[in-house]
Design a protein around this ligand. Structure first.
Ligand SMILES: Nc1ncnc2c1ncn2[C@@H]1O[C@H](COP(=O)(O)OP(=O)(O)OP(=O)(O)O)[C@@H](O)[C@H]1O
Ligand SMILES: [Mg+2]
Length: 260
């Protein structure tokens, strides 16, 4: 298991154009220091998911480079780099018919031999890690053998977070991890991600739509609009005027859509 702290992530002039001509990212250059909780903000379609997807190779940049601890993200390096990336998904990304424990163990598959995975023989050390992660996530030991489909949305995201941290990765990618949760749960889930990241010193790149939560949790906020960085700074420097500039009328439309 890793315990080498967080990853430094560098975006060097990153651009992404899709085949239909959509320019999702335009010359994005950023240095994210190790251990930073970095929130990506920006209106719908501004390029947040595309930026995150380029990091773990789900999208290929049209131009520019990404480095994780000085290793460039390339088809040849991706397999190794992915071992050091934990992912928290918007819709949890769990196998619903499988148990809580097995879903969390799946986070260790990159470092588990195929035959062990097929037979479901995971070393005791990994099983203990599952139990400890679930406990820190606030789940009872009695829930280990429950099917994920029997859990509430908030509990499912706790399982998703435990899975993401299974190998203590230096980098966590979370694309709208609270999009399907109510405001109270959203706060709890972001606290959990921040707490777990702090225990291993992991860097977090997390996209959100809620400016107030971004300000509450981020060390650094990066806002995108039409694929360009339009704000990069500390939460206290993101003034209401800047938020209005970034979102324009889209912020008002979005706020209306969120039940308070
Ligand atoms: N596979 C694709 N093919 C073509 N265009 C795409 C594709 N994926 C994303 N886009 C476009 O790229 C732009 C950026 O999309 P992206 O999903 O990164 O935005 P986002 O900031 O994550 O938005 P949201 O807040 O709605 O999740 C948008 O214009 C989107 O329509
Ligand atoms: Mg998105």
């Amino acid at each position: 298991m890793r315990s080498d702290g967080g990853a430094r992530v560098i975006f060097d002039n990153l651009s992404k154009a899709f085949p239909d001509g959509t320019q999702a990212l335009s010359s994005v250059s950023l240095h994210i220091e190790a251990g930073t909780f970095c929130v990506l903000l920006g209106p719908s379609g501004s390029g947040k998911s595309t930026l995150l997807r380029c990091i773990n190779g789900l999208e290929t940049p049209s131009d520019g480079h990404i480095y994780i601890n000085d290793v460039e993200v390339l088809p040849t390096t991706l397999k190794d780099l992915r071992r050091g990336i934990g992912t928290v998904h918007q819709h949890f990304g769990l196998v619903n018919r499988d148990t809580v424990a097995n879903n969390v163990l799946a986070g260790a598959l990159p470092e588990t031999s195929t035959w062990r995975a097929i037979l479901g023989w995971f070393p005791r050390k990994l099983q203990e890690r599952v139990a400890s992660l679930l406990q820190s996530a606030g789940l009872e030991p009695s829930q280990l053998n429950r099917r994920v489909s029997e859990l509430s949305g908030g509990q499912q995201q706790r399982v998703g977070i435990a899975r993401a941290f299974m190998l203590s990765p230096p980098l966590i990618l979370a694309d709208e991890p609270i999009a399907s949760l109510d405001p109270k749960l959203s706060h709890e889930i972001l606290s959990l991600i921040a707490r777990q990241a702090a225990t291993v010193g992991a860097t977090v790149l997390c996209s959100l739509h809620q400016v107030d939560l971004a300000k509450a949790f981020a060390d650094r906020i990066i806002a995108l609009d039409q694929g360009r960085v339009v704000f990069d700074g500390a939460p206290q420097d993101l003034t209401e005027e800047k938020v209005a500039q970034i979102y324009g009328s889209k912020a008002l439309e979005h706020d209306k859509a969120i039940p308070s």
